[in-house]
Design a binder for this molecule. Structure first.
Ligand code: ADP
Ligand code: MG
Length: 266
């Protein structure tokens, strides 16, 4: 497979006597959206954390575009998470003191972009995500769905190769959850990023290209490595440079999001 962006091989992770991952393999294609499903405690979050370089597996390998993530030291993995990955968690984890636009700008500022430029780029995401006019609101002044859309903007603003989301709609009502999930899938796809999303909701999983079923630290046969045909097919990861594939102008804005997402207040 030439279009694999992220790949885990035979991942094992124990916590004391608990075997959280018991030999998991998973390949994620460029631009592919993969849903990870399974009962509570089956190892979904541990798998996501290993793939994202948050947790180091006991054995096995994780590769991003061929590069060994599991072999990197903490500093290098931290830099990788900041530059190549984006994250959306269940409760958004926005900083309550900062206006929404600064929450979105933060990953850019951490990467050395000036505050003014980072906020300018951050603002470009609000309209396409249906957040126009909310740039100055603090997280406490946003609804749950709005806060998650801010978190989606924050995850994408650095133009990551992969976005990881752990039950991003778990705290939302069903309708808001579905709207948010659709935006997450479309926004990652529209920006040429892959998506790995943990969810309990089969309705949510249908927005993705493929569902991987996890049970007791293992991936159910046939769900881990194959990649469904999808919009990522035919791309060549060797040509994936992360930041400059969108073309100009607008390389630092929300890319084709403006074409594929509705405006308005959603
Ligand atoms: N930091 C940890 N310390 C100890 N046990 C853990 C830790 N993280 C996860 N586990 C255990 O590993 C198993 C898988 O957990 P997790 O990956 O969080 O499952 P899921 O996300 O599918 O609910 C569970 O039995 C859980 O209790
Ligand atoms: Mg979990």
């Amino acid at each position: 497979m030439t279009n694999v962006v992220l790949e885990g091989f035979d991942l094992v992770k124990r916590f004391g006597s608990t075997v959280a991952l018991d030999g998991v393999g998973l390949a994620v294609g460029r631009g592919e959206a993969v849903a990870i499903m399974g009962p509570s405690g089956s190892g979904k979050s541990t798998l996501l954390h290993c793939l994202a370089g948050i947790t180091r597996p006991d054995t096995g390998e994780v590769r991003l575009l061929g590069q060994r993530v599991d072999a990197m030291g903490e500093r290098q993995r931290s830099a990788l998470r900041r530059t190549r990955f984006g994250f959306v968690f269940q409760f958004g984890q926005l900083l309550p003191e900062l206006p929404a636009e600064e929450n979105v700008a933060l990953p850019l500022m951490l990467g050395g972009v000036s505050r003014g430029e980072a906020v300018r780029r951050a603002r470009g995401w609000f309209g396409p995500l249906g957040l126009g006019g909310m740039e100055g609101r603090r997280p406490g002044e946003l609804s749950g769905g709005q806060a998650q859309r801010v978190a989606i903007a924050r995850a994408l603003v650095t133009r990551p190769a992969v976005v990881f989301a752990d039950e991003p709609t778990g705290a939302l009502d069903q309708t808001t959850g579905h709207d948010t999930m659709r935006l997450l899938v479309e926004a990652t796809r529209g920006n040429d990023a892959s998506l790995v999303v943990v969810t309990h909701d089969p309705q949510v999983a249908r927005w993705c290209d493929r569902t991987v079923e996890v049970r007791d630290g293992r991936v159910l046969p046939g769900t881990g490595r194959g990649m469904a045909a999808g919009p990522y097919s035919g791309h060549d990861v060797q040509g994936h440079s992360g930041h400059d594939v969108q073309g100009r102008p607008g390389h630092d804005g929300p890319g084709s999001l403006t074409r594929i997402l509705p405006g308005g207040n959603g």
